[in-house]
Structures are given as C-alpha cells and as structure tokens.
Design a protein around this ligand. Sequence first.
Ligand SMILES: Cc1cc2nc3c(=O)[nH]c(=O)nc-3n(C[C@H](O)[C@H](O)[C@H](O)COP(=O)(O)OP(=O)(O)OC[C@H]3O[C@@H](n4cnc5c(N)ncnc54)[C@H](O)[C@@H]3O)c2cc1C
Length: 504
Amino acid sequence: MNRRGFIQISSVAILPLLLGAFPKARKKKKYSVSVQSNRKFGHIIRETMRAPISSEKRVRYVIIGGGIAGMAAATELKGEDFVLLEADDRLGGSSGSSHWKDTVFSTGAHYDLAYPSSYGKEVIALLKQMDVVYFNKENQLYEFVDQQYLIKEKEAEQCFVEGGAIDEILSEVDGLDEFRKVLKPFEGKMLLPTRLIDVEFHYLNELTFETFLRSKLKLTKELKARIDYQMIDDWGATSDQVSALAGIHYYVCRPYDKMDVQLFSPPQGNSYFIEKMVGEVDSSKIQVNALVRSIQETKTGVEIEVISENRTIQKIQADKVLYAGQKHALKYMLATKEPLFENNYAPWVVVNFVCEKGIEFSAWQNDVLTKELTFLGFVNSSKQHSRSEKYDVFTAYYCMSEDDRNRLVVIEENPEAFIDRTIELIEDSTNTLISGFLVHANIKLMGHAMPIPKPGYLNFDSPLQYSENITFAGVDTGRLPLFYEACDSGIQAARKLKMNKENS
Ligand SMILES: Cc1cc2nc3c(=O)[nH]c(=O)nc-3n(C[C@H](O)[C@H](O)[C@H](O)COP(=O)(O)OP(=O)(O)OC[C@H]3O[C@@H](n4cnc5c(N)ncnc54)[C@H](O)[C@@H]3O)c2cc1C
C-alpha cells in the first residue's frame, strides 16, 4: 500500500459521498469463478503416500520453491548444475499472477517503490543486471526502467472510512504531528535488507510498536486504529503484535519526507520480477507442478522425493539443497523432532474481479477501513498500464487472523458466497456498483501467506541453515515480508551454499 503521502498530509477535507447519486442496481450477470488454494498439496501428498519411485536423477543443487526467494537463488546459481522445483502450476508464490482472456492480474504482491542507494548492493546488482532499475543521480534513488508501470502520484490512493472518502489513511487524524516527530530520528536508518540495519536499532526488534509509541506519545484510539490498518496491510497484524522495528520501518524506509518516491505496479504485480528472473536462467532447469514431499540427509548429500504432475515420484540425489518454501511445512518434509522455525503466519485471501470497463474509481489503491479490519480494500487496474481493451480488474485483499485460518476452508467450499459478500463490501463502502459488470472472479487462498514480524522475529545474521548441505531462504527466515528481503534472502542463501561447497 502507499505510504508516501503521510509525511505531507495536512488537513485534507473529507469528501462526502453523494448519497443521492448512488446508481441504480444493475442486474447481476452470471460470472465464472476460479479458485487457487495450496490446501491441495496436502491431498496430493496423502494420495501418493504409497506410490513407488519411478525415476531417479543426480544434480548438484536443488532449489525448493519458485517464489521470489527461490528464483533469486536460481539467478545466483545460474551457471551451476541445479534444478528448481515449484509445487504450484506457476512460479511466483505470494508474488504470483494469473489471467483471464486478455487480462493479467496479480494474485498477491502488487507493488514496489524506488530504492535508496543505501540499500543492499546485491539486490540492486541483480535488478540492474535484469534491466529493472537505473541510478538517478539527481535524487540518488534506483528508479524503474519500465516507466509505463509507474502509478501517477495524484491517482495513487484514496481511502474510504466511515461513509466518506479521504486522501490517505492518516488524513484528518489527531496526533499526526507528534507521530511524525517520533519517527523523524529513524529517517534514513531503516534499510533493506533489514540485516543491514545498524545494531543500535536492534532493540526495536524486542518490543511491540504499540509499546514503543505509548512511551513517546499519546496514542489516541483513532490514531491507533489507522496505524493498525497500515500494519495489517503490510505486516499481517496490528501494532500491539508487530515489533517497533517493523512499525517504524514501514513509515521511514524511503525518503518520503524529501521527495516523491516512484511507485511501481505492473498489471501482473510483482510477478513482473519473477518474469525477469526467469529470463536470467535456463528455463529447462525449472520444474513446476513438482511438489517436494521429503528431504533427507544422507552420507553423500541430500535425497529429495518429488511428486510430479502425473502423480509419479521422482528421487533426486543432490549435493546441496536450498529450501525456499514456507517453513511451517518443514516438520513433515525434514521429519525433525524440534520445530526449526517458530514463525506465526497471517492467512491472506486475494479476490480478482474481472469486470467489463465502465466502473470509475479515481485511485489505483482503494483502502477501506472497516471496524473488522480483515477486508482491507482493493486495487484498481484502470490506473495501471493495462493490456486489456475490454476489461478492468479490481483486486480485493483480506488479511485474516491466525485463529481464522479455518475460514479459508469455508471460502473454498462456497466461493460464490464470499465473492458476493466482497462485492457488497466494495459497493457499500464506495457507493459504486460493480456487480453488473463482473464477468469472472478468481480467488487465491493462502493459509500461510505472510510471516508476522512479532518482537524477536527478525534475524540480522547470516542465512539460517539446517546443516552444511541444507540452507533456508524466503521472507520467513526472519525477514520482513517484502520483495527486497525475499530477493536478498535467496541470493545470500545461494552464496552460502556455494561457499559451503568450496569449503567441503
Ligand atoms: C497478499 C500479499 C500481498 C503482498 N504484497 C506485497 C507487495 O505489494 N510488495 C512486497 O514487496 N511484498 C508483498 N508481499 C510480501 C511477499 O510475500 C514477498 O514480497 C515475497 O513474494 C515472498 O517471497 P518468498 O519467495 O519468500 O515466499 P513465497 O512467495 O511464499 O514462495 C514460496 C514458494 O515455495 C513453494 N513451495 C512451498 N512448499 C513447496 C514444496 N514442498 N515443494 C515445492 N515448492 C514448494 C510455494 O508454492 C511458493 O511458490 C505480499 C504478500 C502477500 C501474502
């Protein structure tokens, strides 16, 4: 979501919605539905428990997981003998995308912002190599080469709150000046990747953002509610759950106080970066529909069992493994007694509404602040560089609490009810009808979508590893859930494995 405006917010008047102008209900049309859920992987593993090994091969490196972290690792190992295994039918993970007819849309991460020159050099080097960024000497930022995907400043965001529309989530809220003053000393210090943050700020990883704020200012109920919205939106939980470091990082990780920072959002979202990474490696080394069911260390390396699309089992003997899948599943795959990671994960649901053109929203990002705080709003593709002449896509986001993970099963079993409810939420909060325009809805359900950066969560040290032969990457290795962190974690883990190889 857009954080750029908060520094400049003054008193922006609430624009009252024109209640009388609410358009007449259009007749609902029949629409098609597709559902993507990673719950299917559990079923596949159970179905193939007794399936025999049908083929074997040997390779030096195996990368498990084709999200940003796994793909970044692949670019690092590109000259080597490796295979990347992705369980899903497409790459991307939480930075994935999908399409319907001539539309393409993000099913997860959808934006990034220009990068300060103080950010980690390894990710910048990769982005430069892929022709994604160039260095702008004037403002000292790495900016985006594909300028058609930049979101115009004045169309970036609007926020619907309590029956009105405001420019930004923090507009019109008391205590903003004090809040800004509290954050000021951290400007320029909150780097990415977070492993580069100076040790003098590490104490912020040990307390909650709310505790930190209450020690510095009077946190009114309204200011807390607005901050909570933003914390859920990027970190999957409220200010009383996430660390002060995560909270502060959100507001000052870029020089928003000094300049306009480019906001980059291609229609396919952050799978743009995945496509660029695919262009860097030999695609015959990438296998999709390849679900790893077990990882076992042997005397000579690591043995991996993979379930292929036709439900046959392939055994791969590898020297080294880089695991970039979600870590909660490791207890089954690596069969360890003690959990290796104690992460908490926020479940997310993303709904793409493909609609015939004709619906008007003035902003790309439409934040919706409800009391419940699970429905966060939607992104409007008509403010992006669209490839479709006939359709616009409205992508709605829900972040659930961990206790609500079971709700995803209910949604999967009756997606139409959830789609209708989401349409109602959009129509009621924005006074704009979309139902009559809808032709297709896609739902992506992610039970373990995002590691929640609670106090103590961040890891400032070198990549975590199980042994000399098995290394971990991904945002859920003590990183903030962001593109830059995922990318850096993949690069660092691959380098560590190569180093281990040289030493062994
Ligand atoms: C809804 C949502 C919106 C977000 N928006 C943004 C945003 O706008 N900007 C931003 O910077 N960040 C955003 N993020 C954060 C995003 O998670 C990271 O940017 C990044 O995509 C994480 O990448 P990853 O590789 O660490 O993990 P994942 O994306 O989780 O990738 C893990 C991959 O491993 C695969 N896998 C797992 N187990 C196995 C197995 N056994 N065998 C084979 N493959 C396996 C999975 O299928 C998956 O593809 C968002 C996250 C969510 C959930």
